[in-house]
Write a protein that binds this ligand. Structure first.
Ligand code: SUG
Length: 447
């Protein structure tokens, strides 16, 4: 029996979850901007998905939210005094900066890092590189905590290698696993890693997006391949289709999802798509890759973006069957539903839908909420045990959310220093629940 499995580490939604309209090019974030959110419901929706998947026998982990508002960053840009004074000054002088520093965006852990399994790396280690996320300021402040958190959870240097985030310059724009797909015949066997970029910093793509920014660069992908010690013969680099970016596909995981041998994607996922697919087929070996391509006339890009079909999770159940986990929005769209029903019983053994509206309204579907980490049995045993979702932990976390989270939050509420204190109290308790030890800056310095 092969004990190597894929674990999904979902981000717990933080207490300051709100709609800041912060992500230009992410149509849901732009459309929801300034409306009221419900952080409690958001966190519970995420936990419900995690627990449902754990109950299906999948390896499910939890990653903690970041401390927000990020008073350290607000101090770095000149606000000063006590935490309450910092928040108060930012409220009056620069409310949009306060909103950015209060974003709960670390919940989308598909953007936390790029992870390569040990079966693929030449040195036999699991490699982690936190994403610098430098295309959006509110996300560019995530990586220092992400790095600390991943180092704490995957601490054993015999198995895990941690790299710092790539240089913080647009030339190395890196959005993490959202633009990275690993395909393989079996989790424990060497796989092929597909890295997707939207632009080259030093090259010149003939075709570029015209409307929305391309977040990931080719240079970042190449750096990750080198850092993670991946053999060139098992790596494919592909340019995301500029039309897709302009239609609101700001990450590749909004237009393609792959797991093991199966790649589900839209016709306009990549530029030169037939060549990309041919390269993948060649590298994986004859007859391994199964491609389910959805053409524009079956499912226009607009429906793909509004339903987030391709932001589904493809998961392998214990009996080898494939489960597709999608957002409720897929069931509500007749074209998507027809398409999904056509796959049921063929490529997909089962389909499970979740209500993730709180996250979806900021452009985060099921796959955005999780970071995949393929782990051998020894590597699984080396993970900090408190982050694995058990029934006890699930109940504890639901109670913790009920105790500490508000059920209504607008941008105006970010001005309330009480929100920051509530959040610190909650996160302090969370580190105890998960057995993380002191991890947050507010736990280390007097405030
Ligand atoms: O980076 N939204 C996130 C959504 C990330 C989704 N992740 C993946 N596709 N993997 C983003 O655009 C919106 C925050 C706001 O507007 O309040 C935001 O950051």
């Amino acid at each position: 029996m092969n004990a190597t499995r894929e674990a999904n580490f979902d981000g717990l939604v933080g207490p300051s979850h709100h709609y800041g309209g912060l992500s230009y090019g992410n149509v849901a974030s732009q459309a929801s901007g300034k409306s009221a959110s419900n952080p409690r419901q958001a966190a519970l929706q995420g936990l419900e998905k995690m627990w449902a998947l754990a109950q299906r026998g999948l390896l499910q982990g939890v990653l903690p939210p970041q401390a927000r508002p990020d008073v350290g960053t607000l101090r770095r840009i000149g606000f000063h005094g006590s935490d309450a004074e910092v928040v108060q000054q930012a409220t009056t002088q620069a409310p949009s900066l306060l909103s950015a520093c209060a974003s709960a965006s670390s919940m989308w852990t598909a953007n936390a890092a790029t992870v390569s399994p040990s079966a693929d790396s030449l040195d036999g280690k699991v490699h982690f590189t936190p994403a610098n996320l430098n295309s959006k300021w509110h996300r560019s402040i995530e990586h220092p905590f992400t790095a600390a958190c991943l180092r704490r959870i995957f601490a054993d240097s015999q198995h895990f290698t941690h790299h710092p985030a790539l240089p913080e310059h647009p030339a190395f724009g890196d959005e993490g696993a959202a633009n990275h797909t690993r395909l393989c015949s079996d989790y424990g066997a060497p796989g092929v890693q597909l890295f997707v970029y939207g632009r080259s910093a030093f090259g010149s793509e003939a075709l570029q997006p015209q409307r929305y920014p391309a977040r990931q660069t080719r240079e970042a992908c190449e750096a990750l391949v080198r850092l993670h010690r991946l053999p060139e013969s098992r790596v494919v680099l592909a340019q995301q289709h500029p039309y897709a970016i302009d239609a609101g596909v700001f990450h590749n995981d909004v237009i393609a999802v792959g797991n093991r041998k199966l790649l589900l994607l839209h016709q306009h996922a990549f530029l030169n798509q037939p060549e990309v697919l041919q390269q993948l087929r060649q590298q994986l070996g004859e007859g391994v890759l199964q491609v389910a391509q959805v053409d524009e006339h079956v499912l226009p890009l607009e429906d793909a973006v509004s339903s987030y079909l391709f932001n589904s999770q493809l998961l392998t159940l214990a009996n080898g069957d494939t489960l597709l986990v999608c957002a409720e929005e897929c069931r509500a769209n007749p074209r998507v539903l027809d398409y999904l029903n056509s796959l049921r019983g063929k490529l997909l053994a089962d389909i499970q839908c979740f209500d993730l509206k709180q996250s979806m309204r900021n452009g985060g579907g099921p796959a955005c909420l999780r970071l995949r980490v393929v782990l051998s049995a020894d590597e699984q045993a080396a993970v900090l045990p408190g982050v694995w979702l058990t029934e006890v932990l699930y109940q504890q976390l639901c109670g913790w959310v009920q105790d500490h989270y508000r059920d209504h939050l607008t941008e105006a509420d970010l001005a309330d220093p009480q929100l920051l204190y509530e959040s610190h109290t909650a996160l302090d308790q969370l580190t105890q629940i998960l057995g993380l030890g002191s991890l947050y800056p507010f736990q280390q310095e007097p405030t």
